[in-house]
Design a protein around this ligand. Sequence first.
Ligand code: CDP
Ligand code: MG
Length: 836
Amino acid sequence: LGVHKEVDAHLLAHLSQKATNKWGSLDDSLHRSSGARSIPTNEGVYEQPEPMTPDVVVKEKILQRRSLQLRHRQQDWQESPEGQKLLEFRRSLPAFKAKDAFLRVISDNQVVVVSGETGCGKTTQLPQYILESEIGAARGAECNIICTQPRRISAMSVSERVAAERGEKLGESVGYKVRLEGMKGRDTRLLFCTTGVLLRRLLVDRSLRGVTHVIVDEIHERGMNEDFLLIVLKELLPRRPDLRLILMSATLNAELFSSYFNGAPTMHIPGFTFPVREHYLEDILQRTGYRLTAYNQIDDYGQEKTWKMQKQAQAFRKRKSQIASAVEDALEVADFNMYSLRTQDSLSCWSPDSIGFNLIEHVLCHIVKNERPGAVLVFMTGWDDINSLKDQLQAHPLLGDQRQVLLLACHGSMASSEQRLIFENPEGGVRKIVLATNMAETSITINDVVFVVDTGKAKETSYDALNNTPCLLPSWISKAAARQRRGRAGRVQPGECYHLYPRCVYDAFADYQLPELLRTPLQSLCLQIKTLQLGSISEFLSRALQPPEPLSVQNAIEYLKIIGALDENENLTVLGHKLALLPVEPKLGKMLILGTIFKCLDPIMTVVAGLSVRDPFVVPSDKKDLAESAKAKFAARDYSDHLALIRAYEGWKDAEAKQAGYEYCWRNFLSSQTLKVIDSLRKQFFYLLKDIGLVNNNSETYNTWSHEEHLLRAVICAGLFPGISSVVNKDKSIALKTMEDGQVLLYASSVNGVVPRIPYPWLVFNEKVKVNSVFLRDSTGISDSVLLLFGGNVSRGGLDGHLKMLGGYLEFFMKPELAKTYLSLKMEMEELIQKK
Ligand code: CDP
Ligand code: MG
């Protein structure tokens, strides 16, 4: 233990200081949260509804006048030439024919389910119809329509579009609100917001006072937030008989939702799309003349493996619960072939989430050279993939030639200037190629797309409840998603869809994707349920459209108890309250809070920002070694990816101050775009922490110990526990083990993945990914004493219970007397954190 004297000395110093002054205000600030001003929430600040004017008559008059103003302004606009053009466009949309029927059905029913092909006008038109009909009835100023979107970017782009259709600026009658950002004025009557924003509003306003219509869009995606919102709304409807709920979906499985809301009426808007010709891998190879060395026995593949796979898939289908894994198994053969052909193509960077880049490149070349004009939309799995592919394509003589091709990326975290380009038509016969995530399947419509390239995969979080292991893996998409992707090609004229997988693989796809609620860890959700005071977590979740497995729920509750967010009786602790107010995963929130207590906030904010966006270190496929050694420079003696991140960020800040940020990134294989996102997130975190009363204006106060690397390790451990693996240095290798998975491995992109030995007994990690083996993405070495002090939560079952729990981790080192001393110290620290 002598080795760790230094860290222990610091801990003692901090503990004895107790830093309680600041914490004295904790209860006060919680109290303040429900005050009148503005409410800090996970999704930023949501204003409280204006207080009612006592004078009803005056109020009525004002409302009427505003309604008339709204109506007149619309009339003027619709008579202008620009307005007429847009009106004509709006009338050409399939939704327009359904307008009267739609308005009738929502006036007669409290809940309605509307389905219709993507692009038929659900999102942009239906909310507007409600608004217009209310304005027409001179009730315009009274209505208050909220339309939720699963993603920030769609909330923003849709609101912008609707405002433009109405000849207004954003923030007049149409506005938007996403986490930490928004545009909303006094007259805003139609608000597009993320589902999270509405959930946060429910936190302070349980009956949605003043809201007349709630529209939940894209429910077919079955996102966790949407499923959660539906449970809450279902309970709210009887209490608010005047509230209308409209559910919108791009696919036809509306029955499921209808029966959930006691047989609510459904309405389908028949769409228009042009026919789309489909090509599967076998045709593509023939059509484009692509030679695949490892693939020359395509006939064998087509027959024998098809048969085998289909048989397997059939057998497994009988056992419904296993479909997901079974289809994966059945497809492994195909998968293997897809990947092996990539290796044969000598792509040096093999990563499990990449697809056959060379094949994509080849298909794109074929389109650019031989096909008629029209934009191309390529579906990829994620940001990393899109960027690496973009790099590769930019180096290509034809595809990288800006006079011929405009290459664009489209994913959740792109800049808004980039966003706009996606919707514009390039000039001079330049062909637009958009590399997108599955976000472009339904929530974003790019009008001029004629060619779709579908890699068949999407990055999907899945969750193995038995091993309590969340995995973020690229997995095969569903048939419904493949149909959606295909449909994107037929928006303006007949199109073509290139599926980069054989037909037999398509046949084995599941019909629909598993709802997110059934495939992700439920920790954040459970915290929200508790914060919203919705009663017992298990009971509440059992009322979901498709309730999650009890084991997953138990795991989440157990986790929240381990980190000290819930007490033994499942009540929120003070820490839990705070965590629910921070818009990051509980573990990252806990790090932030500890960063303020232990006065090392700046670097911890960097780590949390980095972990909640993505790694700023980039690894180009052809310069892997150089990139790895560049990263290693930041963490040569630290054995920590998280400390490397802090150093890289700080170096970048210094370089930026000297206007040398770009060179710095280039030299060190860093993404300046990601660093900028991290920079702005850090600012937001500070603002949020201030808003919930954890820090004051003076950031200096919270950085007294920011240069204490030992302390940083400890705070990182406190957040990431129980994400921990043991380290045993062997002669030629390092053996890593976690409690759940046994043997695990490190990605080479981790600084610890390339060192000969790790002088720490433990590694904490944020993310593990299950491929064939379990891989840790990132890691930080920590000592026994840090694990003892910062891992887990003593208040669970007292010292003995805690010893038992940590025993599993600490059997190598445990000396009971010593551990006891440490643990009583730890108890003291936890008291500090919880301020009981
Ligand atoms: O929601 P849904 O998929 O049914 O369609 P929408 O998003 O309401 O879009 C209706 C039409 O508006 C699309 O077909 C696009 O042509 C157009 N639109 C647009 O031009 N620009 C946007 N930002 C959004 C929609
Ligand atoms: Mg839509």
